[in-house]
Write a protein that binds this ligand. Structure first.
Ligand code: GAR
Length: 187
């Protein structure tokens, strides 16, 4: 199998990056992670790129030329898929158009519910009965692109922000690899 060359964008802990690296070791998994781009020099997740000898780039998203530099690197590594794994910056329409249907994101809610930030706080406040995670294509609308896959669980009375986050992330570790397999199934 010729694996699709993939870049993972992160901003923080990188537990989804770690999980995708693990999945990509399987010969039947459709992607190989060739590059990691991070917009936070203190992000813990960079350690997973280092440990696995994956080239990484730390770029300051506050800089105007962030996307230009990122695009140059993506071209250099012949990247065919971008996975946003806890990347907490909005990407411009121009950038998205250059990678149309080739950028996917994982979000900690059952979209279209709870787009944006502070999802767990809002879910608890609204006394939702269930929640979960969504993997979706990225378009120019925040958390708005076509859904690839969702996974859900029932919320217990005893749940709090931390437990919801842990349960959601445990589902994310299944959802992200499954979504990637799904989009390349017929290719
Ligand atoms: C994940 O839970 C992901 O769903 C969320 O950030 C976390 C990153 O965790 N993404 C968003 O909230 C995007 N709007 P990680 O760095 O440990 O993978």
């Amino acid at each position: 199998m010729v694996k699709k060359k993939t870049c993972v964008f992160i901003s923080g802990n990188g537990s989804n990056l770690k999980n995708l690296i693990y999945s990509s070791r399987n010969n039947n998994f459709p992607i190989s992670i060739e590059l990691v781009i991070c917009n936070n020099k203190k992000a813990k997740g960079i350690i997973y790129a280092k440990k696995n000898s994956i080239p990484f780039l730390i770029l300051n998203t506050k800089m105007r030329n962030f996307e230009r530099i990122a695009l140059k690197e993506l071209k250099k590594y012949k990247i065919e898929l971008i996975c946003l794994a806890g990347f907490m910056r909005i990407i411009s329409k121009e950038f998205i158009n250059k990678f149309k249907r080739k950028i996917i994101n994982i979000h900690p809610s059952l979209l279209p519910k709870y787009k944006g930030l502070n999802t767990f706080e809002r879910i608890l406040k609204d006394k939702e009965k269930k929640t979960g995670c969504t993997v979706h294509f990225v378009n120019e609308n925040l958390d708005g692109g076509r859904v690839i896959l969702q996974k859900s669980f029932l919320i217990k009375k005893s749940d709090n922000i931390l437990s919801l986050k842990q349960k959601t992330q445990n589902l994310e570790y299944k959802a992200f690899p499954e979504a990637i397999v799904k989009i390349f199934r017929y290719n």
